[in-house]
Design a protein around this ligand. Structure first.
Ligand code: HEM
Length: 407
């Protein structure tokens, strides 16, 4: 098995000025592969990709709070909150995510993917929808919910378009008309999701009771909306990247299928492959923070109050000093097989106090979904390289065109 490059070179073009958020992703990859690791400007943001600076940024959320203007357009939540407000919001959901991720609670996760990944869904090009429905079911169950999640998956597909538009509006100079359209679209989305969630009596009561017990109050709709999006889209993006990569390397796919047949979804070979997928194509390619006060430094370097600092996760994951041949995809990458990778240069789930709240759940889900698919199907080979799109998370295009042959 030879290491392969997987992203479409036609998309990886350094366009100045960037026309859209996909161009920004291209810059992240190209800067890293060209060995550009010093801080540099990217529009209004200072782009960093050094592991020491990354750790300094992420370990001090009071000095470098979150800055997520586009996300706030969609709803207030623990993702973009800071300080005491964030602590309240974290206390509402974090124990529930932790509970859902316990090894003793794996059976319902396996059952959700088995229920949604039907032969019909897989073979009729609806695997993307089925993955969204399964991950939404797991997410809502974790919060005490019980509504059927097919319509939630439909809603997430609509949200993708608005999220892409919101991100564009946040990063480029929007016209007043674009701003107005975004507000309109967001209001419609909120109303649509409210219409779905309002039917979920157990979810409403469970979360409401938790709020009362915690003596908190907040807009639950915003909180659930953004957590849903953050938890489900990223998980589905990881599985989709993995499937698209498997289609480009039949030999590796056969090897992983054998390992999963022998060792199940905990097969070390599968987890090394997933680690490499998330290194190469991190679903969250960029994290943005701001500088809270005057006279601050980042890893010893002065930074000004109000500066926007963008941490390139792609830059960390493709940093020449910390990865051997970073532009190649290697399912048996020695850094993972030997567990010798630089911990601060591998942050698919971020790190520090604001680390991903659902990382245990996400890791389990990705392995379960891929394990089930590898045991039942062969993804037919695709020879064209992968193109991507960014709308709040980075995902491959073309998952619904993949073809699956039963084993
Ligand atoms: C492979 C899948 C996932 C990836 C790659 C991922 C990645 C991330 C990253 C990078 C962040 C930090 C964002 C930032 O600092 O701006 C984050 C935050 C978060 N993620 Fe995930 N995530 C995944 C799955 C999930 C799941 C399944 C859930 C919930 C069920 C979840 C819930 C959250 C929450 C609540 C936060 C905000 C944490 C806080 O600041 O309180 N994520 N995630």
């Amino acid at each position: 098995m030879t290491p392969t490059a997987i992203l479409d070179p036609a998309q990886l073009v350094d366009r100045t000025p960037a026309r859209n958020v996909d161009d920004i992703v291209a810059k992240l990859y190209l800067h890293a592969w060209n060995g550009e690791t010093k801080p540099q400007m990217l529009g209004r943001m200072q782009l960093i990709s050094d592991p020491v600076e990354a750790a300094d940024l992420l370990m001090q959320p009071d000095h470098f709070p979150k800055y997520y203007s586009f996300l706030t357009e969609l709803g207030r939540s623990r993702l973009d909150a800071n300080g005491a407000d964030w602590e309240k919001r974290r206390d509402l959901t974090q124990p529930l995510y932790r509970e859902a991720a316990r090894t003793a609670n794996r059976a319902p996760l396996t059952a959700s993917y088995a229920r949604w990944l039907t032969d019909d869904a897989i073979q009729s090009g609806r695997i993307g929808h089925a993955l969204l429905a399964a991950a939404s079911e797991i997410f809502l169950h974790a919060l005490g919910g019980s509504i059927p999640t097919g319509p939630v998956a439909d809603w997430l597909l609509t949200l993708r378009e608005t999220a892409q538009f919101a991100q564009h509006v946040a990063m480029f100079d929007p016209s007043p008309a674009q701003h107005a359209k975004l507000r309109e679209d967001v209001a419609q989305l909120r109303q649509d999701l409210r219409g779905l969630l309002i039917k979920d009596e157990p979810l409403k009561h469970y979360l409401h009771d938790r709020l009362v017990a915690l003596d908190h109050s907040m807009d639950l709709l915003g909180e659930v909306t953004i957590n849903l999006f953050a938890g489900v889209e990223t998980t589905v993006a990881s599985i989709s990247w993995a499937l698209n990569i498997l289609a480009r390397d039949p030999e590796m796919q056969a090897y992983l299928a054998r390992e999963v047949a022998l060792h199940g979804t905990d097969a070390p070979a599968l987890s090394h492959f997933i680690q490499e997928v998330m290194r190469y194509c991190p679903p969250v390619p960029l994290l943005v923070r701001t500088v809270a006060a005057d006279n601050q430094t980042l890893a010893g370097r002065p930074v000004a109050k109000g500066d926007l600092i963008a941490l390139s996760i792609v830059g960390l994951h493709h940093h020449r000093d910390h990865w051997n041949d970073p532009a190649s995809f290697d399912a048996k990458r020695p850094e993972f097989v030997e567990n010798s990778y630089h911990r601060r240069a591998y942050l698919p789930f971020s790190a520090g106090p604001r680390v991903c709240g659902g990382l245990g759940l996400a890791r389990a889900e990705v392995a379960i979904a891929l394990g089930q698919l590898l045991q039942r199907y062969r993804v037919l080979p695709v020879t064209t390289p992968i193109t991507y799109e960014l709308s709040l998370n980075l995902r491959p295009r073309g998952t619904s065109q993949l073809q699956f042959e039963p084993l």
